[in-house]
Each structure stands twice: as C-alpha cells, then as structure tokens.
Design a protein around this ligand. Structure first.
Ligand code: PHE
Length: 466
C-alpha cells in the first residue's frame, strides 16, 4: 500500500519554499559574473527571453508532473509515461547531487564572510581580493596552502543542512523565508543605491545597459540557458519533488509566474549592484572569473557606506539563509528519492549522502586556487580540454545535465504524457489557464527545439566561454 505523502502546510508555504529554493547563490554569486562574461545588456535580454519562453513553461511542466504523479523523481516518469523515460529523473537527480557537492562549499564561504565581517572587516577592506584568495589557500606572496578556512566552514554549513533535514524543521525554514526574503530584497535595494552612486560605477552601469552582440555566441546562449534553469531550480527535477507535495487546490500557473518573477528580479538586482561595484573598485580585469564577484567587489561597497560593516554582516547572513533554503531543497530531493526508492532510513541516508557530497566538494574548493586539480571536457570545436576541476563541475551540470534533463521533461510532457494531461493537471479545481494553447506550442515544439539547437550548436562551436 502506498503511504500518503507529506503536503505543504499552506499555500504561502509552498510558494515560499519554492522561491526559497530558486533564490539562492545562483542569483547573487553566479548571475552577475555570467552577465558580465556574456556582455552585459545582451546577456540580460537573452536571459529574460529564456526565462519567459522556456523557464516558465518548464517549471509549470515539472510541477504538474510532480503533482499528477505524487511520486519521486524517477517513479514519476514510470507512473505517467513509460519505463524508458526514467532516465530523465536519473539525470536530474545526478545533476542535483553534483550541484550540492559544490553548493555547500560556496555556502561555507558565505558563512566565512559572515564571521569575516564580524571579526575583521578592516582586513577585508584593505585587500578584498587577497582576502578571498587567502580563504581559498592562495597567499598574497603566491604560495599555496590547504584551504582550511573554506573547508572548515563548508563542513559547518553542510552539518547545518543535515541537521535541518533530519529534524525536519521545514516549518522553521518557512517562517524564516517569510521574513528573510523581503529583508533580502530591501537590503539589495539599499545596496543598489550605494553601488550605482560609487565614483567610477557609471562604466559598469553602462556596460550592463548596453548590448555587445559581438560577445554573444552559442556558448553565451547556452550559459544563459543553464544559468536561468539553475537559478529557477529547474532541469533537476526538483520542482517535481516539490510538486508532488502540492495540494490539488493550488493554482500552479500563478505560483510559477510569481516564483520566476521573484527569482529574476533578485538576479537582476544583484547584477546591477555587483557589476558596477566591480568597475568602481577592484577594476574589471582584477577578479579573473565571475566567481569572486560577490565576495570581492562588495567589500568596497560596504567600506564606503555608513554602517557598512553592519550591512555587510546582514548581507552575508541573508545570503547564507538564501543559500541554506536552496541547499535544503537540493538535499531534500536527493534524500526523499533515496528513502522512497531504496527504502533507506532518512537519518542514515542524509548523513551518508551529505558526507559524500561534502568530500567531493573539497576538490571543488581545492581546485579554485590552491591546487591544479583538473577536470576533463570535450566539444567538437576544442576537442578534449582540461579545465580546472571546479569549472568542469559547473560546465557538466549547467551546460549539459540541466539542459538535457529539461529537454527530457519537454519531450516527455509534449509527446509522451501529452500537453493535454499537463493542462488538465494545471486546471484541477477549476483553475483558469487561458494560455493553454500557447503552453502547448511551447512545450511541444519551441522549448525542445530551442534547447536541442542550443546544445548542438554549442557543442559544435565550443561549449565553454573563454
Ligand atoms: N536555484 C538555486 C540558486 O539559484 C540553486 C538550486 C539549483 C537549488 C537547483 C535547487 C536546485 O541558488
């Protein structure tokens, strides 16, 4: 007999949990760097189009698959379609696993910065780039050391996640989201004002507002696609898990639009804070890769505002919680999959999988600056290449697994389960869904064709940006 599944406590509880999953490090740590690498304004336009034309229909599809099947990620495809579709769920869950490996480490860096601002803000101000790299094991004199600080804080962050998941204090997380989300938003608005009024920031603002189409290649579009899906938490079948806990009364079409709008707004705000701040302070060439933007460039914003240290602490605390709610959604879907499918005990599964992910993540942190650990990559234009392990991990998930899982979901909903079934699911409880004809076209033709074309063309012309 099937046991009854858990359900969200309230409507707002679901939206907050899903938004909590979506809004995270992706928006603040990844997005600004990607937007910068993708040429500013041109990237923003491509990103927005992808969110509207692909992101929204895809989130809707995942939520309806989840709610209709009321099953775990892999069984959902069995139940509604065909045995052979289960690979889509497997790609999703593997992607979620790999992402969590590094996500928890970046969460650890954020925790490090909370303490950094409490204890030694002047040290951060005096050399923000050096401080960031020292955390990752690269000393100012060029020597390297084991990145103890980063690893230790990642361990604490992961433990925090595990405890929350084992205790099942989701209600606490829900409560936090109710305050934390609006607070993060307000703080971002304050930082925006400070960042764009810093002397020297106009160039960055101009960069974000102007389109440089020469910089745009298929690889840029793929990066935008991967970033958009990553940021919305789709293409990893997470929303299938969340949808499976959802009551039939919920209007999933409306919730989807709300979640996507909130997520994109936060990402754009972060972009317009961080990129101008980078131009105004450390200079655009200094921070080699986008990864350090959220840590390095903001130091100068805080330094040059009244109560900066206080705002710094609050900012990293809020970012920490945003990261926590996203990380929890990732681990939760992995754990619920393991417990439902392999009948593992929840506590043992959580501890085991968290430890494994933390350990793999150590290679991510170590390969940032301290050790030359390499990954492997292949595309038709460049052949076999050996990017840094940390980059390879992100390419693998953002540029390959997420788009492939998303493509699988579209093909599944468009051709096997059929859009009519998804639409019927969305219309449960007499919900109005006027855009159903548009949805049908998007999920059946446009989304799969677009994702497939972008993937193939990027593979042919080079999948990495530099
Ligand atoms: N969307 C989250 C973020 O932007 C990350 C995430 C990805 C969470 C996939 C869950 C699933 O940070």
């Amino acid at each position: 007999m099937e046991k009854s599944r858990a359900q969200w406590g309230s409507k707002i509880g679901f939206i907050l949990a899903a938004a909590g999953s979506a809004v995270g490090l992706g928006n603040i740590w990844k997005f600004p760097g990607r937007a910068y690498e993708g040429g500013g304004g041109s990237f923003l336009i491509i990103y927005l189009l992808i969110v509207i034309l692909l992101g929204i229909p895809l989130m809707l599809t995942e939520l309806s698959i989840g709610r209709a099947s009321e099953a775990d990620i892999v069984s959902a495809f069995h139940k509604l379609g065909h045995r052979r579709c289960a690979w889509i769920g497997w790609v999703g869950i593997t992607g979620a696993f790999i992402i969590t490996c590094y996500y928890n480490h970046v969460g650890g860096w954020v925790l490090r910065y909370v303490f950094g601002y409490i204890l030694e803000a002047p040290t951060i101000y005096s050399d923000s780039t050096g401080y960031f790299y020292a955390m990752l094991g690269l000393q100012p004199d060029g020597t390297t050391a084991f990145p103890w600080a980063a690893i230790l804080f990642a361990a604490v962050f992961m433990t925090l996640n595990a405890v929350i998941i084992i205790r099942g204090v989701e209600s606490g997380v829900e409560k936090f989201n109710k305050i934390g989300m609006p607070a993060l938003f307000v703080l971002l608005l304050i930082l925006l004002v400070r960042a764009v009024t810093l002397p020297g920031s106009e160039a960055g603002l101009r960069y974000m507002l102007s389109c440089d189409w020469e910089k745009v290649s298929f690889s840029t579009v793929l990066a935008a696609l991967g970033q958009a899906f990553y940021s919305l938490s789709i293409g990893m079948a997470i929303m299938i898990t969340y949808g499976s806990y959802l009551s039939k009364k919920e209007n999933i079409a409306r919730s989807t639009v709300t979640i996507c709008a909130m997520d994109t707004l936060v990402a754009f705000l972060a972009g317009f804070i961080i990129v101008p701040a980078v131009f105004a302070t450390v200079g655009q060439e200094q921070v080699g890769k986008g990864g350090g933007f959220a840590f390095v460039s903001l130091a100068n914003v805080f330094e040059q505002m009244p109560g900066g240290r206080f705002f710094g602490i609050i900012f990293y605390l809020l970012l920490l919680f945003a990261a926590l709610t996203s990380c929890i959604s990732l681990i939760e879907s992995i754990v619920s999959f393991l417990t439902e499918r392999f009948l593992l005990q929840r506590k043992a599964a959580t501890i085991g999988v968290c430890m494994l992910m933390f350990l793999i993540g150590c290679m991510y942190t170590c390969s940032q600056a301290a050790y030359p650990i390499k990954g492997i990559w292949f595309d038709a234009a460049n052949g076999v290449t050996y990017p840094a392990f940390c980059d390879a991990m992100e390419y693998l998930t953002d540029r390959l697994m997420i788009p492939i899982c998303a493509l699988g979901c579209c093909i599944f909903a468009g051709w096997i389960w059929k859009p009519e079934s998804a639409i019927a699911e969305i219309r449960q409880n007499r919900v109005r869904f006027g855009l159903a004809p548009l949805y049908r076209v998007l999920v059946k033709y446009l989304a799969p064709l677009a994702i497939l074309t972008i993937l193939i063309m990027s593979f042919a012309t080079g999948m990495t940006l530099s």
